[in-house]
Design a protein around this ligand. Structure first.
Ligand code: ZN
Length: 117
């Protein structure tokens, strides 16, 4: 399975390609590019939130609310300092969310119900 850097790199290059094609491609072609970007974002979300339990506050027997994963802040440099990525696992239906500097740590906090509200 691909990791966060590979998926993020694809998202960045697909977004750049979309921006470059905006003036020259048809709406249908651009929709295809947009769908591909959404697919990559879903892949990233599933990768980050994998092993996360369903939201205990929003899930019922018939309706399971699986957590969503995202990068709250991408890694960047501030002068000579490297600021790490901030990952978040959360519910799309309620404010429950858990943040950490690795996907695994965010899932561990989420599963332990350590929420950042
Ligand atoms: Zn919830």
């Amino acid at each position: 399975m691909r990791g966060v850097p590979e998926i993020l790199s694809d998202i960045h290059s697909q977004k750049a390609a979309y921006a470059a094609a905006r003036e020259t491609e048809t709406t249908l072609q651009l929709e295809g590019r947009s769908t591909a970007i959404v697919g990559l974002q879903d892949e990233l979300s599933q990768f980050i939130a994998k092993d996360g339990i369903a939201c205990p506050q929003c899930s019922t027997e018939e309706d399971i609310a699986m957590p969503h994963g995202m990068i709250r802040c991408e890694p960047y440099r501030q002068g000579s300092k490297k600021v790490p990525a901030l990952f978040e696992v959360g519910c799309l239906r309620c404010p429950a969310r858990s943040q950490a500097y690795t996907p695994e740590a965010a899932v561990t906090r989420w599963n332990a119900k350590e929420y950042d509200l």
